[in-house]
Design a protein around this ligand. Sequence first.
Ligand code: NAD
Length: 327
Amino acid sequence: MSAGPAVERVDGHVALPTGRKVSIVGAGSVGVAIGVSLLAKNIADPLVLIDVDGNKALGEVQDMQHSSAFLQTQQIIGGNDYSLTEGSQICIVTAGARQKPGQSRTDMLEANIKIMKHIITELVKYSPDAIIIIVSNPVDVLTYAAWKISGLPLNQIFGSGTHLDSSRFQYFIGKLSGFPVHLIKAQILGEHGASCAPIWSGVSVAGHPIEKFGNLFTEENKKFVFEQVLQSVPELLRLKGYTSTAVGFAVADQVESILFNKSKAIPVSTLVKGFYGIEEDVFLSLPCLLGNSGISTVLPPDLNEHEKHLFKASADNMFKYQQEIDD
Ligand code: NAD
């Protein structure tokens, strides 16, 4: 296995964007949550909402427009016409078919790839320089598919990845330690899904490694925290039927880092070939610097042997899954 962490991929660059036009495809619970987060942060203008159901998009747009008195965004538009997205700096894809009763995971994936083909073709046609963020699930495989469909360079297309899982991880570590969540640095890498890898070796609380906290971070407590992260989605599905608010803020954080060239290191789904001995074209989350050109640099952290094993297992899992669509 190669010594992954020494490798760093620096991607290409696209022209610096001059505007802040952000388009969201999919006016469902996730698309709306991202839109509302962008409006609350006042970072996108115009904001465009596209859905195959044009009335749904229009309804959500009008509801947002009626908030204008409390916002600074001047233009909120939408419908089912992709020409509205023309000249976007960022396009976000949240559209997806929900799994139908009796439908297999592969059938659902095939349906979503068909949807993705249409959406990506339209987005690239109207905004060839836009950074594209894929949010629809399964996000890693769909980002790989979208990358292939688009023909875009790697800096220009990525998946929202484990930024959301990492924020959940930080929240539950905050609960365990009693420290405010903003003082917790912690990342989950790999798949956005069951095989994700909690990177305990990099966790710090108020700037201190977890070893400094006596016997708080026992194996049992660490297992408990990670279990809470994994259970977040089934628990939210049980309670409210979907997840939306946290992913809305996570994606808005990525958008902000791009539009304002903040170069924040954020775990997003990108090609991980060449890292930690991975030899296949697989998309998984690693920390990436996000700025005006999208991903400028991939920053694989030093992982311990156990974490490397988890990450590699995540890649193997993803590769098998991907082969279902490559065939
Ligand atoms: P939803 O059913 O509420 O909304 C999906 C929307 O997509 C619907 O409004 C539908 O009309 C639209 N749509 C379907 N096909 C389309 C097409 N061809 N073109 C344009 N729009 C189309 O679903 P949701 O709860 O908003 O979830 C959306 C996706 O986001 C799902 O795949 C979900 O699993 C995923 N998700 C991802 C994360 C993450 O962290 N990556 C988190 C939560 C949800």
